[in-house]
Design a protein around this ligand. Structure first.
Ligand SMILES: Nc1ncnc2c1ncn2[C@@H]1O[C@H](COP(=O)(O)OP(=O)(O)OP(=O)(O)O)[C@@H](O)[C@H]1O
Ligand SMILES: [Mg+2]
Length: 405
């Protein structure tokens, strides 16, 4: 009788689980080396002159004229096929100069945005990375903070969390109280214009450390939800945007990210399951804020339609989303594309893929959507900077005006 069940169960003790963990970690490392061969490091893309004048929203003639008139700017490298190519760093130097009026005014501070939804797999990390890449291609300086112990965003920047991220490279020292600023955890990435505070599995411990600090340090006015916000203060003038990726839970890390933010982007694929679990984001968040007695006004809390399929079922759920969230739905939607999912197989996004991959049309569709998102977020940022200008004491406004003169 028992023979028929031979081999059906596969008992594992904790030692077996530890061994399996080692096998999995080694395999991830091997896969990454193969995918990112020969350097095992991610490389930034090269851009053509056409990409640059499109990003600057200039006609080719006007772009060439302005570039020639500024010989101090990189002029690009002419290839045998006569195309002119720029490295990412060169491109950003040119774009920052030609798009100067759209960038953060002197003396203003970074706009902090969390990408959040307590539902898993809705596209948070992909959105955080592509938003950062899009904004950096528009000339902005971006700090990415990975507040999710799963470290997907860190992986998208080409790092292997288990091997290349120490506790000190994450928000952990700030959360424990060893540091008061996030600055020491910041590192550059392969992508010019994007710096990173990485994540690793160590961040799971934040969930134990913060409640214990709340009890121990209560009499000193400790606020467990305000640690990341205070830690960012030191670098607000160094960046145009700070983008925080969060875990799919109302964890202590996520709460810190939300309360450190000017605005929140909630990615939401239009399918029935994601739609109904997505509703919990709003109820759990407001219940928590009530319980903690926090008073805060966000500049925006927007729903982003992500992984949108062109089928009739998605169209129905999209209508539910619009009637639930109204004008909080961003005027941009991210299509589900094979380019996006294929790019993640190589630990990257659509911005990392070579121009030759897939049909130019599919790739352009995915990139255009992320650029539209970056441009919309840029407008939100500009509105916040304009308000910061209005709120600036007269003396500072006068000082910055004379600086400009
Ligand atoms: N527009 C898209 N088209 C196709 N695939 C996508 C798209 N956006 C995201 N994906 C894929 O969906 C999966 C989940 O995306 P992602 O990791 O960004 O979600 P997440 O919300 O951060 O997940 P988690 O809650 O686990 O942190 C990934 O495999 C990603 O490549
Ligand atoms: Mg994620």
């Amino acid at each position: 009788m028992n023979d028929i069940f031979d081999g059906v169960l596969q008992p594992m003790d904790l030692e077996d689980i530890r061994r399996q963990a080692e096998v999995a970690a080694d395999m991830v490392e091997k896969v990454r080396r193969t995918v990112l061969a020969p350097t095992a490091k991610k490389l930034p893309p090269l851009l053509y002159q056409k990409d640059l004048y499109e990003l600057c929203e200039l006609e080719r003639g006007a772009f060439v004229y302005r570039l020639k008139a500024s010989p101090e700017l990189p002029q690009g490298t002419t290839l045998p096929n006569r195309r002119i190519e720029f490295t990412l760093a060169e491109s950003r130097q040119v774009i920052r100069e030609l798009r100067a009026p759209s960038l953060r005014p002197v003396g203003r501070e970074a706009v902090v945005i969390s990408v959040a939804n307590f539902k898993g797999g809705v596209g948070k990390s992909t959105t955080a990375m592509t938003m950062a890449q899009g904004l950096s291609l528009l000339g902005h300086q971006v700090l990415l903070i990975d507040a999710d112990p799963q470290a997907s965003l860190t992986t998208l920047t080409g790092l292997l969390p288990e091997h290349e991220v120490g506790e000190g490279d994450t928000i952990f020292p700030l959360m424990v109280g060893e540091e008061t600023s996030i600055r020491s955890a910041i590192r550059p990435t392969y992508w010019d214009g994007i710096d990173l505070v990485a994540a690793s599995a160590d961040l799971f411990n934040v969930e134990f450390v913060l409640p214990s600090r709340q009890v121990k340090e209560l009499k000193h006015g400790f606020q467990f939800w305000n640690v990341l916000n205070l830690g960012i203060d030191d670098v607000r003038e160094d960046y145009d945007f700070v983008i925080i990726d969060t875990s799919p839970a109302l964890s202590y890390g996520t709460v810190n990210a939300l309360f450190a933010s000017n605005g929140i982007v909630v990615p939401l694929p239009p399918n029935a399951l994601d739609y109904s679990s997505g509703a919990q984001f709003w109820s759990l968040f407001s219940d928590l804020s009530d319980r903690l007695g926090i008073v805060k006004k966000f500049d925006f809390v927007n729903v982003l339609l992500s992984r949108v399929d062109p089928d009739p079922a998605s169209a129905v759920v999209k209508r539910w989303i619009f009637s639930t969230y109204g004008d909080k739905v961003m005027p941009v939607e991210i299509p589900r594309t094979i380019v996006t999912s294929n790019a993640s197989t190589a630990f990257g996004t659509v911005f990392d893929r070579p121009v030759t991959e897939h049909s130019a049309k599919t790739r352009a569709r995915a990139r255009d959507a992320y650029f539209d998102l970056a441009k919309h977020v840029e407008r939100l940022g500009q509105a916040i900077w304009a308000r910061q200008v209005e709120q600036t004491p007269l003396s500072l406004t006068m000082r910055s005006t004379s600086e400009v003169n």
